[in-house]
Design a protein around this ligand. Structure first.
Ligand code: DAK
Length: 258
């Protein structure tokens, strides 16, 4: 897979996608988002891939939407062409786990894209912010919605209205990222985590992701009911037999192909 604004690698069952516009701090433009949608769709379909990692560079995961590209857009352009909606949210359709490996500036649309990953591991160099108000717009890719759901209203309002950047330690403390690791070992650490998940039964990993995402779209009782049905269905799968028998036989389970 060859792209202009992305680099992709495969490490065993893990696909690594790097945003790659180094001269513009990985600012997100149309081509990059189209390519990202294409790469996600291909890896999601590929049975050899169990987990996808999305990263940027040491300097920037992404410093936002490309301001130079959008500076002259009119309302008609953005509405008619469904700017953002048409190609930014392909990541939400990915059924396999997506881990964000975030270093450096993660701002505006970059922070919004990161929040669309299933969970985030941050380098100690990571800085998160929603500075859109400084360039005269509201966030347009979920910043006002996912941020308060993740870190609460007060912290979200603070970031969105003051444009204050938060560092990796604060991001971990308030639950925006799950772990912080030294910048120099970010990719190594995230690949280790991803390889661990990749050894689990991929279908169960996909079901867990499906259930957790359901929690944000439904009532508690409906969500628990959905989870319970999938749990019951699990007893019709080879993964359940292999997992439980391996435990009782004191051996490592082999979830290959499950
Ligand atoms: N877009 C385009 N180019 C960018 C960029 C961006 N977001 N961020 C950085 N660059 C470019 C710089 O212009 C510079 O290019 P050259 O001058 O070298 O050609 C190069 O990257 C290096 O940046 P700096 O020289 O500024 O580097 P510094 O280390 O001094 O500063 C910085 C790094 C990340 C703090 C700074 O570059 C910065 O503040 N960048 C802008 C951050 C920002 O404001 N991000 C939010 C963008 S707005 C919408 C939906 C969504 C959105 C908008 C509308 N609708 C539905 C209509 C989303 C908006 C955003 O994300």
């Amino acid at each position: 897979m060859e792209y202009q604004d992305l680099l992709v690698e495969v490490h065993d069952k893990v696909a690594l996608i790097r945003l790659n516009r180094p001269k513009a701090m990985n600012a997100l433009n149309d081509n990059m988002m189209n390519e990202l949608g294409d790469a996600f769709a291909k890896f999601d379909k590929d049975p050899a891939i169990h987990v996808i990692v999305l990263t940027g560079s040491e300097k920037a995961f992404a410093a936002g939407a490309d301001i130079a590209a959008m500076k002259d857009y009119t309302y008609q352009d953005t509405y008619r062409d469904n700017y953002i909606g048409r190609n930014w949210e392909h990541i939400l359709k990915v059924r396999k786990p997506v881990i964000g490996a975030v270093a450096g500036f993660t701002l505006g649309g970059g922070c919004e894209l990161a929040m669309m990953c299933d969970f985030l591991i941050a380098a100690d160099s990571a800085k998160f912010g929603q500075p859109e108000i400084k360039v005269g717009v509201t966030p347009g890719a979920g910043g006002t919605q996912r941020l308060p759901r993740t870190i609460g209203k007060s912290k979200a309002m603070d970031m969105l209205l003051t444009t204050r950047m938060i560092d990796a330690a604060e991001a971990e403390r308030i639950g925006l990222v799950s772990r912080v690791v030294p910048a120099a070992s970010l990719i190594e650490e995230v690949l280790k985590i991803a390889q661990g998940i990749a050894q689990m039964p991929v279908s169960v990993a996909m079901q867990i992701k499906d259930c957790v995402n359901r929690a944000f779209e439904t009532t508690l009782s409906e969500g628990v009911n959905y989870e319970r049905r999938l749990f019951h269905a699990g007893f019709g799968t080879p993964a359940q037999r292999e997992g439980m028998y391996a435990f009782l036989e004191k051996r490592t389970p082999n979830f290959e192909g499950l």
